[in-house]
Ligand binder design. Structure first.
Ligand SMILES: Nc1ncnc2c1ncn2[C@@H]1O[C@H](COP(=O)(O)OP(=O)(O)O)[C@@H](O)[C@H]1O
Ligand SMILES: [Mg+2]
Length: 156
């Protein structure tokens, strides 16, 4: 597999939403995506855009307090949006039984995956957002064939 990495500059919030939304029409489960970046980098904004692009029109709130928000989507697909920021130890992953949420029909977006240590399933894609001036730099890296295929359909 050829490693694939793509970088985009996102000048404003709308650009982050549009990037996410553009993936919504083609993204398919199972897929595990790490969302990396500092507080306020735009990880939840990206998740909101993706959900919009998948046809979800309700509110998309940050899962910081609940650890995970689940969105049922058409065709029995579910999107699970995790935020492990408040974990005090990786074992909380096991205590909460989060492995059960990774199924053939689930798409997983995980903010602060490093907080779950080795309990967190490996990513197909890592999306990293970083502050650059008033905008954000977005780097997307595919780790698996599945991730690379999804990235090609999304951005080519
Ligand atoms: N490309 C961008 N340029 C400037 N501001 C952005 C961009 N993308 C998102 N934002 C803003 O940055 C903040 C990011 O918040 P959020 O998505 O909750 O970050 P995180 O989940 O990474 O902590 C929001 O106020 C959002 O409007
Ligand atoms: Mg967030």
């Amino acid at each position: 597999m050829q490693p694939e990495q793509i970088t985009r500059f996102l000048p404003d919030e709308d650009a982050t939403l549009e990037l996410g939304a553009g993936w919504g029409s083609s993204i398919k489960p199972p897929l595990v995506v790490y969302l990396q970046g500092d507080l306020g980098a735009g990880k939840t904004t990206f998740a909101r855009g993706l959900l919009r692009g998948m046809g979800y029109n309700g509110a998309v709130k940050s899962p910081t307090y609940n650890i995970v928000e689940t969105y049922p989507l058409p065709n029995a697909v579910s999107l699970n949006h995790f935020d492990l920021y408040r974990f005090t130890s990786p074992e909380e992953w096991e205590d909460a039984g989060l492995d059960d949420m990774f199924t053939a029909s689930s798409i997983s977006l995980i903010e602060w995956p490093q907080q779950g240590g080795t309990f967190v399933p490996h990513a197909d894609l890592t999306i990293t957002l970083s502050h650059t001036g008033t905008g954000r730099q977005c780097t997307i890296f595919a780790h698996t064939e599945q991730g690379q295929k999804s990235l090609e359909i999304w951005l080519n």
